[in-house]
Design a protein around this ligand. Structure first.
Ligand code: SF4
Ligand code: MG
Length: 337
């Protein structure tokens, strides 16, 4: 399968009163045709900044893409004139957010909002666009589309607004959909329905998805591959199986250990990772996880770990992977328990 997106050595900073916050520090990953890649990590790890950079939606200033390439079907989006980028958004690359109210227009009917993109990008006539909008509402499972199409977002429930946003995002059949915490605000049942819907539409339309989330349950449901980010860097990438059953980075072990499992009773305590991520105004020169890592060695504090291949699809940035490092027992019992 071909890559629809390749992010190469992306660096993004924000200039603040206190100095330069290095939010994204050399991130690389790719997304293949029809694949769902989840980017996971705690808040502030750079996952949203990465996705906003792909859409070129980081506010510049104070944000700036300092270095790197974002190749969409071979074209570097960082070099695209804003006008071209605008055509790209919605047509080729679409985005859905946690809170539909921030992207839905409260003064326009849901139907008009779906039609807008179809008229602009697909050059459909009004009647045709309306037909297509009805079809999209039906496809995302909104009941009685004929009356719903004329309603405003506030007349929709939270779950229906999320569906409407997905209908807008997918109406022009984008090649890439970026979903930033798309189900975080929804209750568990609706969340499952929305994830199912996204999977379904991905299959039907052959869309690739970048899913940004801190929720590993959502990842297990939806993703093909996982990119684990920490302190603006990718610390581990692999298939869902590799990340869930054979994680190799101590931070990923911590994430897995703090994941609620179905068989846990409600009052079972999860083990959160102790400590806080480093301040990205003054990132450490060595491994960014060193201050929280039980396995940290002297080399970790002084040198950034190199990325090594654990398999063709599995990369880890940790000195424990280095043949010279002292062997540790990989706590396989943190997962699958
Ligand atoms: Fe821990 Fe060292 Fe690996 Fe960083 S490089 S995760 S500090 S063992
Ligand atoms: Mg975020």
């Amino acid at each position: 399968r071909k890559n629809v997106l390749e992010v190469k050595d992306l660096h993004v900073s924000f200039h603040t009163y206190n100095g330069e916050v290095q939010a994204v520090r050399g991130v690389s990953f790719e997304v293949k045709n029809g694949e769902t890649v989840a980017i996971v990590g705690e808040s502030g790890c750079g996952k949203s900044v990465t996705s906003q950079s792909i859409m070129r939606l980081i506010p510049q200033p104070p944000g700036v893409i300092k270095h790197g390439e974002i190749l969409f079907e071979g074209n570097d989006l960082t070099k695209l004139p804003e006008k071209k980028m605008e055509e790209m958004r919605g047509k080729e690359i679409a985005m859905i957010f946690q809170d539909p109210m921030t992207s839905l227009n409260p003064t326009m009917t849901v139907g008009k909002q779906i039609m807008e993109g179809l008229i602009k990008h697909q050059k459909l006539g009004k009647a045709e666009a309306r037909q297509k909008a009805l079809e999209m509402l039906r496809l995302v499972g909104i009941p009685s589309p004929d009356s719903r199409i004329n309603q405003y977002p506030h007349q929709f429930s939270g779950g229906m607004r999320q569906r409407a946003m997905i209908a807008i995002a997918l109406s022009c059949a984008p090649k890439l959909l970026i979903a930033d915490e798309p189900t975080t605000a929804l209750d568990v049942t609706i969340q499952a329905q929305i994830l199912h819907l996204m999977n379904d539409l991905k299959e039907k339309m052959d869309t690739s998805i970048i899913l940004i989330t801190h929720d590993l349950g959502v990842v297990a449901e939806t993703a093909d591959r996982v990119v684990v980010m920490y302190a603006g860097k990718v610390v581990e990438t692999g298939t869902v199986e590799e990340i869930f059953y054979k994680p190799r980075h101590p931070y990923t072990w911590g994430l897995m250990g703090s994941m609620p499992r179905l068989n846990l009773s409600r009052d079972t305590e999860l083990s959160p990772i102790l400590g806080t991520p480093p301040n990205l105004l003054t990132p450490p020169k060595g491994c960014p996880f060193a201050s929280r890592c039980e396995h940290a060695m002297q080399v970790c504090k002084e040198h950034m770990p190199e990325t090594t291949n654990s398999s063709d699809s599995h990369q880890v940035a940790c000195w424990l992977e280095h043949p010279m490092a002292k062997p540790v027992d990989i706590p396989h019992d943190v997962v699958g328990g």
